[in-house]
Structure formats: structure tokens, C-alpha cells
Design a protein around this ligand. Structure first.
Ligand SMILES: Nc1ncnc2c1ncn2[C@@H]1O[C@H](COP(=O)(O)OP(=O)(O)OP(=O)(O)O)[C@@H](O)[C@H]1O
Ligand SMILES: [Mg+2]
Length: 246
């Protein structure tokens, strides 16, 4: 059994299906990318997993348990963390405080004291290379650094599954390379499974081990990145033209 299994998951807003019978799975330790055109239902799918939206149909299973109706705090305690598409940091709190919040409310959160959470936050900040910015207000960091704070907050809760929604959008080449490397290292060091929504194809091709393509709320295809990106249906629905594969 896979770590995460979504079976025929649906979400309707009014009459319109945003997610329309999606069946996907993720194995322990893999990096799975979800791609597709704007409005394909990618963010909604992630929100359905973490309980920010409730499915209109189908089921979500995590570690062998049905979590379909779980509220967000319960999902977090089970070990699923998400970095959302729009930043969710607290700009007037320090970098360290932002990350400590993740340690307090993550998987091990209920057993942690504040001091322990701060210690764990310091460790994660060193890991992402932001230790020297720990006492700065998040509002004073650039976009790239703010994304790293969000990643640090997510992993400080010691998740088993990490969901990332377009964390690489708007970065320059050097920042993009650093982000790709960081996600890979997070997976290796923390042994998490990563499900990652992304439009930056260069990043998808170099980091994803498997790709699921969504279109109009449905799975268009799935498979190895180099295979999926060559499929005619994917080129027509999403890529526009075949991308150059290095
Ligand atoms: N809270 C909501 N209420 C009504 N409609 C919504 C809501 N959230 C999403 N939708 C609609 O559901 C569809 C899927 O949206 P979603 O944000 O999941 O797409 P996406 O694949 O993440 O797109 P993008 O690549 O632009 O981020 C869109 O048509 C969107 O307008
Ligand atoms: Mg989205």
C-alpha cells in the first residue's frame, strides 16, 4: 500500500468540478510533481489532502488510515505539512519565531515545550542556510528567503509528507538551483515524501521522479518526467510545444 492514496476524489464549487474524480498515490520517500494548466485543480487537490477543503466525493487515505474528513490540525499531527501557493508567513515575527510555530504544531507538536520548539527551529534554520537571519523580521527578507522560511517551518514539524505549491515561481536561476537542491536534500535528510505542484519545467525535469498531469480537474496522464513531457496530449493541453530535454 502506498503512503498516500487518493481514490476518485472530487471537489465541486457550486456546480463546477475543480477536481473531478482524481485517483493518485505517492510512495514513501518519492518526489512526485503535479503539473497542468492554470485552473486545472492542482492547488485544490493539495488543499483536499490537508483538510483545507473537504472533498465532495471519494476518499483520501494516509498511512493506511482514512483521513478524508480530517480537519487541518489533525492532518498536521498525522504528519502532513503544506507550503501554500500564497505565502503564509508572519511578516512581523522573526524568522526563528515563524519556524518555531511549525515545530509547535507539527507531528511532534503536542509533546513539545516552547524551548524545545525553538531549538528544533534553530537546527532547521541552519539546515536551510538561514541561521544568520534568525532574528530578522520575515518581512525584511526577499522572496527566495521567505520561501525557505516556509519550507523550514513545514519541515520543523517533522512531517512524513510534504506538499509544496509553486514554491519555485519567480526565482532567478541561482535561486532556482538552490531550491531544487534544497528540496532534494530535505527528502534525503528527513526521509519525507514530497508532492510538489510546479510550473517551472526545468525544475520538474531535474527533480521529479514521477509526474502527474492534471487538466480540467482530471488526471490526463502520469509517468516518468521524460516520458510524460513528450506525450502529445500533454503538449497540446499544457506545454504548447515540446520542451527541450537536456
Ligand atoms: N474557493 C473556491 N471557490 C470557487 N472556485 C474555486 C475555489 N478555489 C478554486 N476554485 C476554482 O477551481 C478551479 C481550480 O483551481 P485551482 O486553484 O485548484 O487551480 P490550479 O491548478 O492550482 O491553478 P494555478 O496553476 O493557476 O495555481 C479554478 O477554476 C478555480 O477558479
Ligand atoms: Mg494553484
Amino acid at each position: 500500500m502506498a503512503l498516500l492514496e487518493l481514490d476518485q476524489v472530487e471537489k465541486h464549487f457550486g456546480g463546477l468540478p475543480a477536481v473531478d474524480g482524481v485517483t493518485v498515490w505517492a510512495d514513501d520517500g518519492e518526489i512526485l510533481a503535479i503539473v497542468g494548466p492554470n485552473g486545472a485543480g492542482k492547488s485544490t487537490l493539495l488543499k483536499l489532502i490537508v483538510g483545507l477543503e473537504t472533498p465532495s466525493g471519494g476518499s483520501v487515505n494516509f498511512g493506511g488510515e482514512d483521513i478524508t474528513q480530517d480537519p487541518p490540525h489533525r492532518v498536521r499531527q498525522r504528519g502532513i505539512a503544506m507550503v501554500q501557493q500564497t505565502p503564509r508567513s508572519f511578516p512581523s515575527m522573526t524568522v526563528l519565531e515563524n519556524v518555531a510555530i511549525g515545530a509547535l504544531f507539527g507531528r511532534a507538536g503536542s509533546h513539545r515545550e516552547e524551548e524545545e520548539a525553538l531549538e528544533s527551529a534553530e537546527e532547521v534554520l541552519s539546515f536551510v542556510g538561514l541561521a544568520d537571519r534568525r532574528l530578522d523580521y520575515v518581512g525584511n527578507l526577499n522572496l527566495h528567503q521567505q520561501r525557505f522560511v516556509e519550507l523550514a517551518r513545514a519541515i520543523s514539524g517533522q512531517p512524513k509528507l510534504l506538499l509544496l505549491d509553486e514554491v519555485m515561481a519567480g526565482l532567478n536561476d541561482a535561486e532556482l538551483s538552490a531550491s531544487i537542491e534544497l528540496v532534494r536534500t530535505i527528502r534525503d535528510r528527513y526521509e519525507v515524501t514530497v508532492i510538489w505542484v510546479e510550473h517551472v519545467m526545468k525544475a520538474v525535469m531535474s527533480l521529479a521522479e514521477r509526474v502527474v498531469v492534471l487538466d480540467f480537474g482530471k488526471v490526463l496522464t502520469e509517468g516518468l518526467p521524460e516520458d510524460v513531457m513528450r506525450e502529445q496530449s500533454v503538449i497540446e493541453a499544457y506545454l504548447g510545444e515540446e520542451i527541450k530535454l537536456a
